[in-house]
Design a protein around this ligand. Structure first.
Ligand code: RIB
Length: 318
């Protein structure tokens, strides 16, 4: 298969998952009934998902020289994620994300960037010097702002097609920073945070997408939770409903990362944006039926089988 190479740039974290019955109220103390630890980070999740989907990629992130960093490097080795572009630093520890996971399956995340936020000019230069080797850049915003700014600028000036996961919202970045990106993709909360428009229905979702399109990106794809995805290409809005035939939703952690991976994987294989969104929806629909970030990410065969089932049910004709 003819496919373009992808550079994934983003965060790598140790996820500390706190299982709770519900989110605490302001000022309330709540007992956590289970605490687990696992490999995560928006960048790691996309890199592992893309690898399982059979994409051709390199992954750039920054880890601390500590036990968590070593654990993560081992995990990459086992998953077959190339370590060539993984940066190591000794001034900050490996990043940590604290995930509150409700019984309903929804989550809230606090992310301590650590090494993810600690790119030196030399690190940035390494990434910039390699950008032209790739057809697609698949990036999140959970790392050094200096690095994000420099990479966005370079990709706009003739670099790879940028597919940007807009999470987490970085208020320091003006919308114009995304000018020239091929895809800008926030979830509902991020879209509201970036535009000030609360998404409550189709109308407000369209308004938020239109506001984000003003950044000068080519396409906005709203990751719309249970509703699936909404694409705005500057002319039309297209809604791609979520696929519900994969099973019961147990944990939405990394579903957005899985969606971004599915999208970029399919684009890199030459599929249209619409076909790529449908593939991404199927991949994400599987991820939400499983616990955890990395353990929830499906492989190619699983997505293809589920897509076949969805096709037989008429999902793609809607
Ligand atoms: O998108 C999910 C990821 O966000 C988690 O794995 C956590 O590390 C945070 O970065």
């Amino acid at each position: 298969m003819n496919r373009e190479k992808i550079l994934v740039v983003g965060s790598s974290n140790t996820d500390v998952i706190l299982r709770i019955p519900r989110y605490p109220l302001q000022g309330e103390s709540l007992v956590v009934y289970k605490r687990e630890q696992a490999l995560g980070g928006k960048g790691s999740n996309r890199a592992v998902a893309l690898t399982r989907l059979g994409a051709d990629l390199d992954f750039c992130c920054k880890l601390g020289k500590d036990a968590s960093g070593e654990f993560i490097l081992d995990a990459y080795e086992k998953e077959g994620v190339s370590r060539e572009m993984v940066l190591l630093g000794d001034t900050e520890g490996t990043g940590t994300a604290y995930i509150m996971l409700e019984d309903s399956g929804s989550n809230t995340i606090l992310s301590y960037l650590g090494a993810n936020g600690d790119y030196t000019q030399k690190d940035i230069d390494v990434v910039l010097s390699k950008l032209s080797h790739y057809g697609y850049l698949c990036m999140d915003l959970e790392f050094s702002l200096e690095a994000i700014r420099a990479i966005l600028k370079a990709s706009k000036e003739g670099g790879p097609k940028a597919v940007i996961d807009a999470g987490p919202v970085r208020k320091e970045l003006p919308l114009e920073a995304f000018r020239g990106a091929y895809v800008l993709s926030p979830n509902e909360t991020e879209a509201s945070g970036m535009t000030g428009i609360k998404i409550t229905d189709r109308d407000s979702a369209e308004k938020a997408c239109a506001a984000l399109y003003q950044s000068g990106c080519e396409n906005v794809i709203l990751k719309w939770g249970k509703q699936g995805a909404l694409l705005y290409d500057g002319t039309d809005f297209s809604h791609f409903p979520a696929y519900s035939g994969s099973g019961k939703v147990v944990d939405t952690t990394a579903a957005g990362d899985c969606f971004m991976a599915g999208l970029t994987c399919r684009l890199s294989e030459g599929y249209s944006l619409k076909e790529s969104i449908q593939f991404a929806n199927i991949a994400a629909s599987i991820a939400v039926t499983r616990l955890g970030a990395i353990p929830s990410l499906p492989n190619r065969k699983e997505v293809e089988l589920m897509a076949e089932k969805a096709g037989q049910e008429g999902y793609f004709d809607r």
